[in-house]
Design a protein around this ligand. Structure first.
Ligand code: BES
Ligand code: MN
Ligand code: ZN
Length: 493
């Protein structure tokens, strides 16, 4: 998509898009539009309530001819997430019939309170709306013949500079998010641990950060026993990817991110039921969020020293697979009793977290993982679960979630939950064995491996990494976490 910011006037050969909020000015806005384009304001008011995602195509009149217009409803008090979502759904659902030239105008009393935010959201949304999920289809409709759409924002001269920055940000996010969505949607036979590492390597060639990939032999030498245990049953060797972004100027904070990179989770010997097993190709949504955050931090040149770690493997059934009752070691040296081989994410994260703390000493430590079905039963597909030992970090992450539209909701991590994963034979067990508080006991397990770090948060994104989107009939990838974390990092002081 080609995005332009100009002070031009309305061009009747383009489709005119008018985003409109539902507020006390609605009637006045519609009247102004009616006057300008010679329409009947009474009908307009009857037909268009400006509810969120409401779309009304209208044929307007200009002195030189007819013009296609779309009134885009935003509902009341639109947030950043509203702008993004409305734009994305509109463009995705109408892209086949829209002309190649689009204009967005604000000069009819419809100027939003925060124009830069609106422009960023619309650009992010339109660019994401171009996403096509069917990249493995072979039919004609997949051959891209489409010429690039041009999206033009008509603004006042004083607004140009700010609007350009916002548009570029929106587009930059969308580009990163689209590649992550492809990665998370990719089936496991197109996505081995090495493919995850290669994603990071390729990204680092284009952006200013470095990547080191540990392969099997080095993982063994390093003693990442949690990762090795999960990888035992796999035909593909595990990888352990370390990304590091160091800003050119002064460094505000050092932040460590760890993402779960399970490329397919069959459950292992504690095998999952088959009905929803195909969704387990996306058990690397945490890894994707970490990749995307590193890439965006580098693109935006954030003043943050950022380290990202992604342990990657699949969780498969094999004669060599780790078995329930096995006792394994970990990078931290602590022993772990395996009760359920389907609680594999926490084993690889344990090593990721330990390795991060012991080798990089970040001031803030955050891990992201599609970790439990339990968090989905608690929060549905609406928010990620937040587990933290630090009040301020927790507050800041929740605020970032609210602003970015990638919401988090806090859970307690009281010591009683820790009791539930005490093991008779080892330092800790990987599952309580009880069908309760599963997301919290998972967090308590991870807490064993942060080496008393005092500013840690675990984000369980099982419900939000995949959800209903306009791209597919089934749940599909969202790239959840990138907007959230970048917002969080940009607001650190
Ligand atoms: N990857 C799953 C969690 C998951 C479930 C993600 C549904 C997305 C959608 C995880 O590895 C898992 O299997 N968790 C188990 C843990 C249990 C065996 C202790 C769960 O939550 O059921
Ligand atoms: Mn599992
Ligand atoms: Zn898993």
């Amino acid at each position: 998509m080609q995005i332009r910011i100009t002070t031009d006037s309305v061009n009747k050969d383009a489709a005119l898009i008018l985003p409109i909020e539902k507020n006390g000015h609605l009637s006045a806005v519609l009247q102004q539009i009616a006057t300008e384009f010679d329409l009947d304001s009474q009908f307009l008011e009857l037909d268009f309530a400006a509810s969120a995602k409401e779309i009304m195509p209208v044929q307007g009149n200009t002195p030189t001819g007819k013009i296609r217009m779309y009134l885009l409803g935003l509902g009341e008090n639109p947030t950043f997430a509203t702008w993004l979502q409305v734009a994305r759904t509109f463009f995705h659902n109408n892209r086949k019939k829209l002309p190649l030239q689009l204009q967005v105008a604000w000069s009819f009393g419809n100027r939003p309170e925060n124009l830069p935010l609106a422009i960023e959201g619309i650009c992010n949304g339109f660019c994401l709306g171009e996403y096509k999920i069917g990249r493995f289809k072979t039919g004609d409709d997949q051959v891209s013949t489409q010429v690039e759409t041009s999206l033009e924002f008509l603004v006042a001269p004083s607004e140009i500079a700010q609007a350009k920055t916002s548009a570029q940000r929106g587009q930059a996010f969308a580009e990163t998010q689209s590649t992550l969505i492809d990665l998370v949607n990719a089936p496991s036979n197109y996505k081995n641990p090495i493919d995850l590492s290669n994603w990071a390597l390729r990204s680092s060639e284009k952006h200013q950060f470095t990547v080191r990939v540990m392969e099997k032999a080095e993982i063994e030498k390093t003693g990442l026993h949690g990762l090795l245990a999960v990888n035992r049953g796999s035909e593909y060797p595990a990888t352990f990817t370390i990304m590091e972004y160091i800003p050119n100027g002064p460094v505000l904070k050092k932040v460590g991110l760890v993402g779960k990179g399970v490329t397919f989770d069959s459950g292992g010997l504690s095998i999952k039921p088959s009905a929803n097993m195909h969704f387990m190709k996306s058990d690397m949504g945490g890894a994707a969020a970490v990749f995307g955050t590193l890439e965006m931090a580098a693109k935006l040149k954030l003043p943050i020293h950022l380290i990202g770690i992604v342990p990657a493997t699949d969780n498969s059934v094999d004669a060599l697979s780790v078995k329930p009752s096995d006792i394994i070691s970990s990078y931290s040296g602590k022993s772990i009793e395996i009760i359920d081989t389907d609680a594999e994410g926490r084993l690889i994260l344990a090593d990721g977290l330990s390795y991060m703390v012991q080798n990089y000493q970040p001031e803030i430590l955050i891990d992201l993982a599609t970790l439990t079905g339990s968090v989905i039963r608690s929060l549905g597909y609406v928010a990620g679960g937040l587990f933290s030992n630090n009040e301020e970090l927790s507050k800041d992450l929740i605020s970032a979630g609210q602003r970015s539209g990638e919401r988090l909701w806090p859970f307690p991590i009281w010591e009683e939950y820790g009791e539930m994963i005490r093991s008779d034979m080892a330092d800790v067990k990987n599952f309580s064995g009880k069908p309760m508080a599963g997301a919290i006991t998972a967090a308590k397990f991870l807490e064993h491996f942060i080496h008393d770090h005092t500013c840690w948060a675990h984000l369980d994104i099982a419900g939000v990494a995949m959800s209903d989107t306009e791209f597919s009939m089934q749940k599909s990838a969202t790239a959840f976490g990138v907007r959230l974390l970048i917002d969080f990092l940009e607001n650190l002081d």
